[in-house]
Design a protein around this ligand. Sequence first.
Ligand code: AHR
Length: 304
Amino acid sequence: PASEADAAGRKPKKLSEIVVGFSQTGAESSWRIAHSKSIQEEAEKRHVQLLFADGQNVHNNQVNAVNGFITKGVDVIVIAPQESVGWKPTLKEAKRAGIPVVLTSRGVDAEEDLYETVMVADFVWEGRRAGEWLAKQTNGNARIIELVGTPAADVAVMRKTGFAEAIAKHPDMKIIASQSGDFTRTKGKAVMETLLAAHKGEINAVYAHNDDMALGAIQAIQAAGLKPGQDIQVISIDAVKPAFEAMMEGKLNATVECNPLHGPLLFDTIDKIVRGEKVPKRTIVPGQIFEREQAAAAIGSRPY
Ligand code: AHR
């Protein structure tokens, strides 16, 4: 019944009656921009008042934003955490204030009872799938540059783990250098320039933890007089539209999909939470791999 309070003392509410505070990492990648857009558009569609805080890729900005949401007394807090650690005191504070927290796109290193639910992709699977693909493509013979995402994010750790697991089965596949490009195109390019110069003639593959870094790396490979997609095989993760364009130009070989369109699922979940219904602790958003041969046929139906 609408008048009954739940165990935390919350009265059931409708989506159109609530205020949601959303702390986003920033706008580091095409994926992230699609993620923000999906959540903002869905909020508007469902008449939810959304307070959007752009963390500019700084962990402390996000902590401050969430503390601000708690002080304001919003109904639900949504966090897409730039970094996985350092969230416990803030999450405890939200819990003490009776404000449910929903995590989207990345997880946190904290006890599960400090948040309601987390919606993410299977990041270990993504890394493993990329590694398996590269093993097949190179007949298990690859000298690889790995462009790592933000090191303090669970997604980067897990994509690294999955890939390492897959290539460990192939003694002639070696990571020559592994460095962070912070999930951005600019840093992916800069890091690739340095690593290509340091390992001239040695590299035949790049594994980037996201498409943006791969697209930056492709520019660096071309600037070094090499052909990305031929001299150097390039595989990344996300499957954003610019990656499909690069595949159609023959410069990117494959991308593993990580779907950023969390808006509909997020607000279905928040709807249940504010009505006092139970939600699963974790929802895995599924993905698939796309190779460049599929790009032309698939690009028209890519939603992001
Ligand atoms: O958390 C998901 C990752 O963050 C995406 O793969 C990446 O592009 C983004 O910045």
